[in-house]
Write a protein that binds this ligand. Sequence first.
Ligand SMILES: [Fe+2]
Length: 180
Amino acid sequence: MAEIRIRNTNELITGEENVRDFLNQFEVIYEHWDTSKLPAHLQENFALTDEHKAEILAIFDTEIKELVERRGYRTWDVITLSEATPNIEELLAKFEQIHTHTEDEIRVIAAGAGTFVIKGGDDIGYFDVNLLPGDLISVPENTVHFFTLTDERKVVAIRLFVEENGWIAHPYEDASFQKA
Ligand SMILES: [Fe+2]
């Protein structure tokens, strides 16, 4: 299950209900999918073929269709990142720029881990949402954030989009942001 760390105070928020309640005040959606239904060859595999990716989408077809129905997504895919990803350093450097999008950024962690760093209100500042397999997060449109990997640098995630170009990153300058 996801955990939250508030950067200014180092406060840790744990437990599914607490995490959901905290995120909901920023209109960030948090849900959880059952990744135990993934077969063994997809649970810790970060070198996915196109067939593997299609298999993951088929396994979560019901969950995806439910989200499509509820939130209007039109396309979806699976991405994987690991040390084996060509230009991983470059990609991470790009990811770690604070930005916004004109649509929500929704990700479901299928394997590995990832962190969304999100700007809350001025009082709270930035907080990290550390995501594990099964965690679903939707960061609302125009919310300041970035995504990064944990030290293990391994993730498989399902992404859904309303518009092909809706998730283009618009850089956000913030002198108050300090890298942890
Ligand atoms: Fe983003």
